[in-house]
Design a protein around this ligand. Sequence first.
Ligand code: SF4
Ligand code: SF4
Length: 301
Amino acid sequence: MGMIFNIQEFAVNDGEGIRTIIFFKGCPLACKWCSNPEGQSFVLDLFHNKNLCQKCLQCFKSCPFNAVSKDNNSYPVFKREICCRCEKRECINNCIEQGLKIIGEDISAQELINKIITNQLFFRNSGGGVTFSGGEPLSQPEFAKELLELCFKRGISVGVETCGLFNWENVKNFIDKFEFFYFDLKCINSELHKSFTGSDNKIILQNLENLYSIAKEKITISIPVIPCFNDTDVIVDEIISYCRKKNLINTRLLPYHNLGESKYSAIGLEYKMDKKLSISDSRIEFIKQRFVNADINCIIE
Ligand code: SF4
Ligand code: SF4
């Protein structure tokens, strides 16, 4: 069994052709700009959609665990340290506005492959397949391996998007079976990395070296370009130098956006990016050109 928080069918990003993206739940990083914060925790999340909430307080009245209180404006407040995502989920059942839902589900690899194969014809005709995303797929190595092998048996190719922070020992006997890797490289400086993601990048860089030694032609470096973090010439040039030195010649830039912001408060998290920040198209194009000038293939996603 594994835990996922979304399945996106007929996707045309994140790999060749038409793809099914499986979003694994749980990530060892907590990047400040993350647009999928509901994928960060390794447990189910109670999601409160404030746009739909009409303050009827049925959730407050119906939770048997007293995990819901109300504030001075009679607005529901969810005590997430008490909420056990109970099986009956009376709060959700009693919300006629559908303002509450649980994010995440336990699912077996067999159940998932049964869903995946319904699109096999589209994969075949478009050169597509499945992409493991998240969250961090390789944080659930046994589940990832099982699902990968089920796809493999049916001739469905699988790529993976990884933040790079995973236990190499847990994946080394199957990782080479992925068709491609979108491997995140956010910056080279370890302290800076820690300040924006919650973890230094020593293991990430080691895993990248390990992967390079067995599957270098399958690696594309993914660089989220984040204002006030890694969008300066100095930091971009450090990444370029690293790629040149390691002969990593395929990169893609993922420009910052704040579309995930509203999800933070819905699951009880704080959005820590400055809301006024943005990155211009011209700046992204300039950064891309720096990679290209260094003989590194670079696309903007
Ligand atoms: S039951 Fe739904 S609409 Fe009513 S207060 Fe709770 S979340 Fe809001
Ligand atoms: S999921 Fe269960 S424990 Fe959590 S708030 Fe709803 S009713 Fe209460």
